[in-house]
Write a new protein. Structure first.
Length: 225
């Protein structure tokens, strides 16, 4: 068996079958494109591979997302902490700009039900400058949003349009599949927020979406003041 891991997602492959991280089973011999989930037709195979994945996770020390090593925020020697889209978790309909996380940004943030999160550990209580790298077309300006971490909260509003083109597409002979094209993102300063020492989930969430989207997000940055 060959096991593949991306963060907490683990899949397993045998000579004939593949079980993905969501429990879908595919016959790789007859269905190499993985169009047909056959877990219901072959429950004994799915159960065997599911058990193998569980055992492998224990062996490899794979832990759930909430107990993964968080980003450390607030060292005096390194006061600035970037939280890139590469390491964030999209919730709801939010998507990455490409399948590969590296150099990607978050897009399709369209409702107040959507969110983006990062697991962080604040090393030092104090005031932090919060900033977002964003793009937003003129027709979608006006969304309000908030960043929360435990009992701390700071709100913001997209007041300036910034809609640069994708860079790199014009030079490619073949359209990219896994890698993301990039954009010239603009920095939005939200102001300072008081953060207490401790572990938590930093959440970026919309409060009001008057247009078709909130914005595209490349990064959140926290800087100890």
């Amino acid at each position: 068996m060959i096991f593949t891991r991306q963060r907490d997602r683990v899949s397993v492959r045998t000579q004939q079958y593949r079980l993905d991280y969501e429990g879908h089973l595919y016959d790789m011999t007859n269905d190499p494109r993985q169009d047909q989930d056959i877990a219901g037709d072959f429950p004994e195979v799915a159960a065997k591979l599911t058990k193998a994945v569980a055992a492998w996770k224990i062996d490899a020390g794979v832990t759930p997302p909430k107990t993964m090593r968080p980003f450390t925020v607030g060292y005096s020697e390194f006061p600035m902490t970037p939280l890139p889209a590469r390491d964030g978790i999209p919730l709801g309909d939010v998507k990455r700009s490409a399948r590969a996380p590296n150099c990607s940004f978050f897009t399709n943030w369209t409702t107040t039900e959507d969110a983006i999160t990062w697991d962080v550990e604040v090393m030092q209580s104090g005031k932090y400058m919060a900033e977002i790298w964003y793009t937003c077309p003129a027709g979608d300006v006006g969304s309000t949003f908030e960043i929360t971490l435990n009992d701390s909260r700071i709100t913001g509003k997209v007041t300036e349009a910034h809609d640069p083109p994708l860079v790199g597409a014009e030079f490619d002979r073949v359209k990219r599949g896994g890698e993301s094209y990039v954009k010239d993102f603009k920095t939005m300063q939200l102001g300072t927020v008081n953060l207490d020492k401790g572990v938590g989930t930093l959440t970026l969430k919309a409060l009001e979406v008057p247009g078709s989207q909130v914005m595209e997000v490349r990064m959140v940055r926290l800087t100890l003041q």
